[in-house]
Write a protein that binds this ligand. Structure first.
Ligand code: ADP
Ligand code: MG
Ligand code: ZN
Length: 612
């Protein structure tokens, strides 16, 4: 805001100049009385005039009574000829004192120069402002190199996060306790000659609370917290990232003890020398700078570098060696107890109805991360607000679970009767096969209300958290995936496009079984293909073949075999339990949705029926 007064000043000066110019021209031409040539001739003839001074085309006339008048003549006509033309008495003329003067007054200069000066002035002012603009841009370009690190100071109580805000993650917290101790009282450790880790790498799937935990460490230790995300290092210009790193560490050193947190480290910390494209240079420079900075400060600097990534496998090995990120803290997807605790944390500021049972919510959300659970409760609160409720009820939360998993319901998506029937049988097929096979997760809900891109869905939920899967589970899962397709073929003798996603999933699963897990009997216990990741897309798009053409053919055959086997299993179940299939489909057509209890009741011989 220093610009404003300056700009005002410039405008003011220009304004003053204009005003003074105006007054100059106006006042001087009006001060003495003006007369025309004819009256001047008259006055000369009557001998009233004593002298005439010629200044350019102005005639300043002094009368006998002492007053002055002004007249104007044509510029290139002399006074003599003029007066002669008007037949002035030559005698009278002789008595007249005529002087010619150069107009040297300010007015003359201003009047002659101004027409030339004004354009220059305008251009000059214009250029001046242009320069300023460019300078501004320049200094902004220089700002580029400064880190955009966000700082959370210990004084900032509102943004302070402590371990209380992080539910579960017991092991991770224990690991980090040591770091906090050190930041609080470094002397204790240093006097014993202990080497405190410089870098801690938080590893975990997205949404498992890595960023949250890092901030909580800063909050617990009560030290400043500088955070920057890996992607912020990577800019258009080579060298910018490196200078940002330098700046970040400079800031940190001024504020030690403190924590430097680099989020999404994989964005810069990938294995060097892999992949293609120009941005590599920039990334490598940035990474090198990080390595240099981490080596550059010794333990007594009291800076702890934390970083988070969900891909530790692709990080450059130089980052992981001792003296850099030598501590690893792994954050797993929360188990049922942790989920309940996380739900409790996020329910703190939400009024819950008496019927809400967070334990049951935790049971129904296996695989959810902390971020998912946060999102779930938020969705539930929005739903409750939209229904004008004052409290969040259990139904709101349960409905939101599906929304979080599958996307919002598309009630407006209206199926024709035929489509409805096909979808109902398709989903009933999935559900029936899932219910009939031993190694599958229980069916939680079957529905033909479309959600996201799916026309209908069968929601299965594991009873407990699983971190491992067996071959038998995969084989059964394949049959479940293909059950929709098989049912359509069995019942209608025709196929719809609704099964295409199932087929894709099934093919992928079969391929993984063979190529990654070595679960095929014919091809044996080995993996096929080395997957390499390309930088920009961040997805597997490139697979290095480490097997022959012949094996590739075998793999294809094996995939087909798995799929055919699964279809056979599904078909057997569908034909054998056709009555159940029809029942489920009929209920779906009538009510659109079947919940778990109702679904289970179809399969347990109800004692009530016998009584009826
Ligand atoms: P990450 O950095 O691992 O992707 P975040 O730390 O950004 O995940 O977590 C996202 C959000 O999820 C957090 O803001 C928080 O609301 C919620 N969350 C994740 N884990 C937990 C946890 N253990 N306790 C409480 N909330 C959590
Ligand atoms: Mg994060
Ligand atoms: Zn399907």
């Amino acid at each position: 805001m220093k610009e404003l007064p300056k700009r005002l000043l410039v405008t003011l000066i220009i304004f003053l100049m204009l005003v003074s110019l105006f007054s100059l021209t106006l006042s001087s031409s009006q001060q003495p009385g003006t007369i025309d040539i004819l009256s001047l001739v008259d006055k000369i003839n009557q001998a009233e005039v004593t002298s005439i001074t010629i200044i350019d085309n102005r005639l300043v006339v002094v009368l006998k009574d002492g007053s002055t008048l002004e007249a104007t003549k044509e510029t290139n006509e002399s006074l003599g000829t003029l007066l002669k033309n008007y037949n002035v008495d030559p005698e009278k003329l002789k008595a007249l004192k005529v002087t010619v003067e150069q107009d040297t007054s300010l007015r003359f200069w201003v009047l002659t120069l101004l027409p030339f000066l004004i354009p220059f002035l305008i251009v000059a002012v214009f250029i001046y402002f242009m320069m300023r603009q460019v300078q501004g841009a320049n200094s902004r370009a220089l700002m580029f190199g400064q880190s955009k690190a966000r700082e959370v100071t210990p004084q900032d109580q509102r943004n302070r996060i402590t371990f209380k805000d992080v539910a579960g993650a017991k092991e991770a917290k224990e690991e980090l306790e040591e770091i906090i101790e050190f930041l609080k009282s470094p002397k204790k450790f240093l006097s014993l000659g202990a080497r405190i880790p410089k870098g801690v790498l938080l590893v975990g799937a997205p949404g498992t609370g890595k960023t949250l935990l890092a901030r909580a460490v800063a909050g617990e230790a009560n030290v400043p917290f500088f955070s920057i995300s890996g992607s912020e290092f990577v800019e258009m210009f080579v060298g910018v990232g490196a200078s940002r790193v330098r700046d970040l560490f400079r800031k940190a050193k001024r504020n030690s003890p403190c924590i430097v947190f680099m989020d999404e480290l994989d964005a810069v910390g990938r294995q060097r020398g892999a992949g293609l494209g120009g941005s590599n240079d920039e990334r490598e420079q940035t990474l090198n700078q990080i390595l240099v900075e981490m080596d550059g400060f010794d333990v007594s600097t009291n800076i702890i570098v934390m970083a988070a990534t969900n891909r530790p496998d692709i990080l450059d090995r130089a980052l992981l060696r001792p003296g850099r990120f030598d501590r690893r803290v792994v954050l797993d997807a929360p188990d049922i107890n942790d989920r309940e605790a996380i739900l409790q944390v996020h329910a703190r500021h939400k009024p819950l109805a008496a019927d809400v049972n967070l334990r049951r919510v935790a049971e129904r959300t296996p695989g959810f991360t902390g971020a998912d659970l946060n999102n779930l409760l938020n969705e539930a609160a929005i739903l409750a607000a939209r229904q004008n409720k004052t409290k969040v009820e259990m139904t709101h939360i349960l409905n939101s679970i599906e929304k979080v998993i599958l996307g919002p319901e598309r009630k407006s998506h209206i199926l024709s009767d035929k489509e409805k029937k096909v979808t109902a049988y398709h989903e009933a097929g999935h559900a029936l096969v899932a219910r009939s096979l031993p190694n599958t997760d229980p069916v939680h809900k079957v529905s033909i209300v479309s959600r996201g891109s799916a026309a209908g869905y069968t929601l299965k939920m594991p009873i407990e958290d699983k971190s491992m899967h067996t071959r038998a589970e995969f084989i059964d899962e394949l049959a479940v995936l293909l059950a929709g397709h098989t049912t359509e073929r069995e019942i209608f003798g025709d196929l719809s496009t609704g099964a295409s996603n199932d087929l894709k999933e099934a093919t992928r699963l079969a391929r993984r079984l063979i190529m990654q897990y070595g679960m095929s009997d014919t091809l044996g216990a080995r993996t096929f293909g080395e997957r390499e990741e390309l930088i920009f897309l961040g997805r597997e798009i490139h697979e290095q073949r480490d097997y022959s053409e012949k094996v590739a053919e075998l793999i294809d055959k094996e995939i087909s075999k798995f799929i055919e086997g699964a279809i056979k299993t599904a078909r057997e179940i569908i034909t054998k339990r056709r009555d159940k299939l029809d029942q489920v489909a009929a209920i779906l057509l009538e009510k659109e949705t079947i919940e778990r209890d109702e679904f289970e009741a179809l399969f347990t011989p109800a004692p009530a029926k016998a009584a009826a």
